[in-house]
Design a protein around this ligand. Sequence first.
Ligand code: PBG
Length: 323
Amino acid sequence: MFPTSLPRRNRRSEALRRLSRETSLSADDLILPLFVVPGRDREERIEAMPGVSRWSVDLLPPLVEELCVPAVLLFGVPDADERTSCASAALDPEGLVPQAIRTVKEVRPDLAVITDVCLCGWTDHGHCAILTEDAEVDLAPTLDALAGSALAHAQAGADMVAPSAMMDGQVAAIRSRLDDAGLTDTGVLSYAAKFASGFYGPFREAAHSAPQFGDRSGYQLPPSNRREAIRDALLDEAEGADWLMVKPALPYLDVLAELRAQTRLPIAAYHVSGEYAMLEAAARVGAIDRRRCVLEALLSIKRAGADAIITYYAEEAARWISR
Ligand code: PBG
């Protein structure tokens, strides 16, 4: 019996494949994370993430001048002596991240500047919150600090702030702080469904943000729970988030697809440091075709429902695609 349905007919030539293509990846979809350190003339390569560095603010202009992606996501990585139990340096209007925002905006006012808002890089214990004496999350001062940090970034000209601490109520706290200050146009891109993931390993080296004790499973989502992730993300929408995020990306494509069906907000997915490191390691030993696998991974994240992808490959992939 010869089959009457031949799906292969639509795949016979590149022209036919172009016509029936359902998803495509564009430079417009990509957000480049950048790690910023204090000091001058400082580039520090991150061992666990080959090809990615931490940069001092004065080195940012040549870096961002040529970017063809529409947005960057800034992470401040302070020196150890700036870290305190209450993360006060994260709230400094003249601090590391505000300086970086101003510098980027000076060179590239057209570039969207998004900032990570969290406390883990700024606390001496490395948790994303201010803690009580018995090492529990102290929610009220934590929300206050997160809102203060977001305000400092917004005042320096960030287009969106991206709270990543997974603290309940953080979107509402930030939204109301920004609105009270008249910064009603600054958006909130919420790390809405952020899982307690092993794939953040290399990032913690990059940001020196590994917790000194315990882990983040008391506030980040359990990898086993899709329903809980959707609930948490929809709460952020109700609190006024402008964008939602799913993180990590590839191991959580089902969550991304489900969230796509549940919200009308745009969704970002974070292709995280461990996902990057895995591809790099496999490519280095010749196990995979690097460019092909990177583009396939990013396309898959798009197909699952992401409008934008935060990835350490952003600029390189953008150049591949637009050539
Ligand atoms: C800060 C933060 C983390 C990442 C982004 N923001 C680390 C964490 O939660 O432990 C991870 C990014 C990556 O792995 O690429 N809370």
